[in-house]
Design a protein around this ligand. Structure first.
Ligand code: MLT
Length: 409
């Protein structure tokens, strides 16, 4: 018999979203006539922007022509895309990021999990609580934690609570940590980080020689001009932070798959002999060995969002989802529910009414309203008593959902 990676056996139940899917399937099997509206997983519903489609069609046509055909592309991504990202997402906002510091990939979920390949075994890891489950589960899989306790928290991880009590602003860790996962606009709470907040983290990382893993997958939803879109808008971040970005929620690429990770060349890690190693070089080595690049038509489609018409079209879709979030916020507030987020983010985070547990509220919404959301406790112990609604849906479904809240609560 072949040995398995027993760290997987420490993982609690299923991954959150498949678990929700399982429960919803059981409900729809028992109630086949129910018209269930899904506001659970943050999956986009609106079609790709015309500029993206046009660019992808043109790229496919190139592949049909022997003189323009392309096989393997550069593992790190085509220059046309890396340059467009560096110019529009960073340099235009005053952040120094060069094209060759950008690694194009097939998703931020994959990158934020795979990044652990290049870090050592003994790092102390901090996560917010509640948290995007991928950060925790991938550390469990890699053997960086002990078993979970009764609340689902894994031994060895440093959890930093973010709840209404601290206004969703995490305290800095009381102990020294090596790796810190931050996600802003935050999944699941939908709250944002100010420049001052990020500066405190960058200073902490400098003081403690830590590295911040900054997930900015939802930055395109920021409408407040004072809120930073990238950690590299903060002085000193280049030598303490890695940033993950995605076209999934920015341009509806959840099914198309394209994202990127930024690793500044200034960023260094520590060797056992006390010397330093370039994180950029390690990731480049890993990327070239384990990844063969994102397909050419997809990268052309991604690059099209930086054209003037692409920018406008993508912005319209983002505004559409934000208007959905606003409708939900308004309706829930009228019903006396305390809501957070949903203003610079596609997620509305709410306090469950009547002190219901997150999963009890999930069941109530499903049974009485035929509505699906995400139980806050699925994101961590501090998510208990909270619930997440995703604004990714058609307007008709959101309007219908808003009507059904009143009946279900
Ligand atoms: C979510 O609903 O939290 C996201 O869709 C998950 C993801 O982006 O992987």
């Amino acid at each position: 018999m072949t040995y398995i990676n027993e760290h997987y056996l420490k993982l609690t139940a299923g991954y959150l979203f498949p678990e929700i899917g399982r429960r919803v399937k059981a409900f729809t099997d028992a109630n086949p006539a129910a018209n269930v509206i899904r506001l659970g997983i943050g999956d986009v519903t609106e079609p790709l922007a015309p500029a993206v489609l046009q660019a992808m069609h043109a790229a496919i046509d190139e592949l049909a022509d022997r003189s323009k055909f392309r096989g393997y592309g550069p593992e790190q991504g085509y220059d046309f895309l890396r340059e467009a990202i560096a110019k529009n997402d960073y340099q235009a906002r005053g952040a120094k990021v060069d094209a060759d510091e950008i690694f194009v990939s097939d998703g931020s979920k994959c990158d934020s999990g795979n990044i652990l390949d290049i870090f050592g075994e003994d790092n102390v890891i901090a996560v917010l609580d509640p948290v995007y489950p991928v950060y925790v589960d991938t550390n469990v899989m890699a053997g960086h934690t002990g078993p979970a306790d009764a609340t689902g928290r894994y031994g060895g991880l440093v959890y930093l609570p973010v709840t209404a009590e601290n206004n969703f602003v995490p305290e800095l860790p009381k102990q020294r940590v090596d790796l810190i996962y931050l996600c802003y606009p935050n999944n699941p709470t939908g709250v944002v980080a100010t420049k001052e907040m990020l500066k405190r983290w960058v200073d902490y990382a400098h003081k403690n020689s830590s590295i911040i893993l900054y997930d900015a997958a939802y930055e395109a939803y920021i409408t407040d001009p004072d809120i930073p879109h990238s950690i590299y808008e903060i002085d000193g971040a280049r030598d303490v932070a890695i940033e993950f970005r995605s076209f999934s929620k920015t341009a509806g690429f959840t099914g198309v798959r394209c994202a990127f990770t930024v690793i500044p060349k200034d960023l260094k890690g520590k060797k056992r002999d006390g010397g330093e190693a370039s994180i950029h070089s390690l990731w480049n080595r890993r990327h070239c060995t384990k990844f063969n690049g994102v397909s050419y038509p997809v990268q052309r489609g991604a690059a099209a969002i930086y054209s003037p018409e692409g920018k406008k079209q993508v912005q319209e879709t983002i505004a559409f989802y934000l208007a959905n979030a606003s409708l939900m916020r308004g309706a829930l507030t009228k019903l006396g529910i305390q809501v957070y987020g949903g203003e610079n983010a596609p997620y509305v985070w709410l306090k469950t009414p009547g002190k219901l547990s997150s999963w009890d509220f999930f069941d109530r919404l499903l049974q009485k309203g035929h509505l699906v959301g995400t139980p806050g406790s699925g994101f961590g112990a501090c998510g208990e008593g909270y619930f997440r609604l995703s604004a990714f849906n058609s307007r008709a479904n959101v309007e219908e959902a808003v009507q059904r809240f009143a009946k279900a609560l």
